[in-house]
Write a protein that binds this ligand. Structure first.
Ligand code: GLA
Length: 406
């Protein structure tokens, strides 16, 4: 059972962090699942979540690891009753516990949303400031397995680190294993000893430039990622097409600020998924999985790419080569001997050749086998490096295995 310890830890630029939360042993590989926000905004309900759960089972996404079904902002009434958060009875007529039971009986897990401040971000429902113990104990009683804890509307006397630590400690004290997902939009040194994952950036949009920016920011804290603790570059923005009509509750309500943008193309969506896998990022789908085009299913359900994300070594891939002009190579060390996942990433508007040099990815100059994880094809044995054409905004994702005697 996770408990609060009184150890003191030095992180980053010598900042002393007084107390660490004992690791809870959860999410030894990055969490996978679904979250309501990107597509449905505040329009979350029991019926919707049940249908999503059924779709996860029917599509076999659950069997590939998409396990956590997380409701985001908008589930609670605007006021507490006797100090307790109140699920909206219109949206959740049978309460939260019964929904969690529905998910558990289908081999899924249930996630909920809260906020460290006075109110949540958008939907004006109560935050947990000063109510951490009550809320954690209600979450545990309802069967919650995962808490996303947001950063909006702090109290005037706020201390961010202390408030996240307080909730982490409150959920640990319930004795129910719960993933603690810090959503504070930037990395801070205390996060890896407080939560299981932490958002490194502001909210994702289904917009190519935003995806690229997020990749760059998320890399800065790569060294802190590992089993049980992950950088979180936000939920997947695949399958939205820039359709962000907030007023009419259309697709992608949660990403509504970008009304009128084009969204991501099929290639860009694949690149987005490839880079999340290379970064060992949580794979939390944000689309309407009850009704997905085939190409979206093919992306979200590419077993070989998911295996890269879920590699048990838990290393986050980093950039190992950059021509300063939009072409770059990322490498993720995988478990197994001399094995790497490698992304050849073309950020430009023009197709170009990119080379993965063995020396850049930490393999010796000898032979190595190369496999393409989107075509599912073995490309053969290569010496010293591998070069291929990469289209505009494309990521060619490879698995490269050096010979055993390297
Ligand atoms: C913040 C978070 C988002 C989402 C919304 C809900 O913006 O970063 O992921 O949870 O709040 O209001």
């Amino acid at each position: 059972m996770a408990i609060l310890t009184l150890s003191s830890v030095t992180v980053g630029c010598g900042h002393q962090i007084k107390s660490a939360i004992k690791p809870n042993g959860l999410v030894q590989t990055p969490p996978m699942g679904w979250n309501s926000w990107n597509t449905f905004g505040g329009d979350v309900s029991e019926g919707l979540v049940q249908q999503i759960a059924d779709a996860l089972v029917k599509t076999h996404m659950r069997d590939l690891g998409y396990q956590y079904v997380n409701i985001d902002d908008g589930w609670a009434l605007p006021n507490r009753a006797n100090g307790h958060l109140q699920p909206d009875p219109v949206k959740f007529p049978h309460g939260i516990k019964s929904l969690a039971d529905y998910l558990h009986s289908r081999g899924l897990k249930f996630g909920i949303y809260g906020d460290r401040g006075i109110k949540t971000c958008v939907k004006n429902t109560p935050g947990s400031f000063g109510y951490e113990k009550v809320d954690a104990s209600d979450f545990a009683a309802w069967g919650v397995d995962y808490l996303k804890y947001d950063n909006c509307n702090p109290s005037p006397f706020s201390n961010q680190q202390e408030e996240y630590r307080r909730m982490a400690s409150a959920i640990a004290a319930t004795g129910r294993p719960m993933v603690f997902s810090i959503c504070a939009w930037e990395f801070k040194g205390w996060m890896p000893i407080t939560g299981n994952l932490w958002r490194t950036t502001s909210d994702i949009k289904d917009d190519w430039n935003t995806i690229v920016d997020i990749i760059d920011i998320n890399e800065k804290s790569a060294e802190y990622a590992g089993p049980g603790k992950w950088n979180d570059p936000d939920m997947l923005a695949i399958d939205c097409y820039g359709i962000t009509d907030f007023q009419h509750g259309q697709k992608c309500d949660g990403m509504s600020e970008l009304v009128g943008t084009k969204g991501l193309t099929e290639i860009e969506s694949r690149s987005h998924f490839s880079m999340w896998a290379i970064m060992a990022a949580p794979l939390i789908a944000g689309n309407d999985i009850r009704n997905m085009p085939k190409f979206v299913m093919d992306i979200l359900m590419n077993r070989e790419v998911i295996t890269i994300d879920q590699d048990p070594l838990g290393r986050q891939g980093v950039k190992v080569w950059d021509n300063s002009n939009g072409l770059c190579v990322y490498s993720k060390v995988l478990s197994g001997i001399n094995t790497r996942a490698v992304a050849l990433f073309n950020r430009t508007e023009k197709g170009e050749k990119i080379t993965a040099n063995w020396k850049d990815i930490g393999l010796s100059e000898g032979g190595a086998t190369v496999r393409n994880l989107w075509n599912h094809s073995d490309l053969g044995d290569f010496t010293g490096g591998f070069t291929t054409y990469v289209g505009p905004h494309e990521v060619v994702l490879l698995k490269i295995t050096g010979s055993k005697n390297q």
